[in-house]
Design a protein around this ligand. Structure first.
Ligand code: NAP
Ligand code: G4F
Length: 337
């Protein structure tokens, strides 16, 4: 039985990946950082909490990383843990650099020293493309990060590539475009929208306050994307791969699709800070812009070219943007029953 270790196992991707690995017959271990109230909600929802062996694990602590790698003796190491919220990274730039950047070399250097044959996956991101230098973005597109988060992830990406080339380690990076699900964190824009719309559809009257409505993202379904992570570590040679749908959508259009899934008929009016959306059926104001959600530097457009992953891994995103918006909106609506 193969053994896998997943950092960030309590996060969105960690939970879906742990489920997939269990289905593939792995003994699954996961890292959890110490907080005052142990939090395994996502593992509970997927019904796998008792099947995953949890270890106290913090990316900021070198000797803790060393001991976990020594004791677990894993065959595959998936590094999914991160300060993953772009918006917070301007307030926490040093912490973000440490957790999303430096921690990657802590892990790689420990693996190199005591477990060099372990296969390694790094959670790289389309946020590294930032001010995009090419459309669509692929594995060879020049990086131009636009946030402290993006800059830290660029370090994690290049150090993974460097350890692969320097020490012949099986270390791969998945350059993943945005992927969402009913388990998505509540501060990310898709989940913020579906939670807010579900509350409005259930009789609430609080409009959802958002920032830049014109930004475009290539959004897929998280459960599809963790399959790609696993496939990367099953290849004979380590490499880097983009996972994306190849379709890009504005925040406004995602909002419309989610509203339609809950039976709303939205009327959009105004521009920039004066933009609003009203549900024609109920007459309720459902969205207004609040500039407090604007970012100091924005990533306006992301659209990925997944052809390398499709050809080499046989991977493809199955859920399209309407399917995703509908799944998330209905899940949040049902949870309020
Ligand atoms: P997430 O839901 O925010 O999960 C992040 C996980 O990291 C959580 O389990 C969190 O623990 C853990 N963590 C945070 N700081 C830690 C630390 N210092 N030590 C140990 N664990 C720590 O993120 P996600 O959406 O699943 O994303 C997974 C990875 O993919 C992240 O690296 C993210 O940057 C990257 N990524 C995500 C996307 C996307 O669209 N979802 C796209 C590209 C790349 P707590 O539960 O205690 O907070
Ligand atoms: O949902 P978001 O916060 O995701 P963002 O910044 O694209 O980052 C996510 O995807 C990355 C991959 O590209 C990951 F690496 C990262 O870990 C994370 O998972 O914001 C999406 C867009 C942005 O343009 C933002 O300005 O939505 C815009 N937006 C508009 N109003 C908002 C809001 N974002 C948030 N979170 N909240 C708003 O009220």
């Amino acid at each position: 039985m193969k053994k896998a270790f997943v950092t960030g196992v309590t996060g969105q991707d960690g939970a879906y990946l742990a489920k997939l690995l269990l289905e593939e017959g792995y003994e699954v271990h996961g890292g959890v950082r110490r907080i005052s109230q142990p939090e395994t909600t996502r593992l509970d929802i997927l019904g796998i909490t008792d099947d995953v062996t949890l270890h106290e694990f913090d990316l900021t602590e070198q000797n803790n990383i060393y001991r976990v790698i020594r004791d677990v003796e894993m065959d595959e190491f998936y590094n999914l843990a991160a300060q993953s919220f772009v918006g917070a990274s301007w307030e926490l730039p040093i912490y973000t650099a440490d957790v999303d950047g430096m921690a990657v070399v802590r892990i790689l250097d420990t693996l190199r020293t005591i477990r060099p044959d372990c296969r390694f996956y790094q959670a790289s991101t389309s946020e590294m493309f930032g001010l995009v230098q090419e459309v669509p973005q692929s594995e060879t597109t020049r990086l131009y990060p636009r946030s402290p988060y993006g800059v830290a992830k660029v370090y994690g990406h290049y150090i993974t590539m460097n350890y692969r080339e320097s020490f012949d380690m099986h270390a791969s990076s998945g350059i993943l475009f945005n992927h969402e699900s009913p388990l998505r964190g509540k501060e990310f824009v898709t989940r913020k929208i579906t939670l807010g719309l579900a509350a409005l559809a259930r009789g609430g009257d609080k409009p959802i306050e958002l920032g830049n409505m014109d930004a475009k993202r290539d959004w897929g379904y998280a459960a599809d994307y963790v399959k790609g992570m696993w496939l990367m570590l099953q290849q004979d040679k380590a490499d880097d791969y983009v996972l994306a749908t190849g379709v890009t959508t504005t925040i406004r259009d995602f909002f419309t699709f989610a509203g339609e899934a809950l039976g709303m008929d939205l009327e959009w009016s105004g521009e920039a800070e004066a933009e609003t959306a009203t549900d024609r059926k109920s007459g309720k104001l459902v969205m207004k812009v609040n500039p407090k959600f604007y970012r100091p530097a924005e990533v306006e457009l992301l659209i990925g070219d997944p052809s390398k992953a499709e050809k080499s891994l046989g991977w493809k995103a199955d859920v399209d943007i309407r399917g995703l918006a509908t799944m998330m909106a209905k899940s949040d609506y049902d949870a309020l029953a």
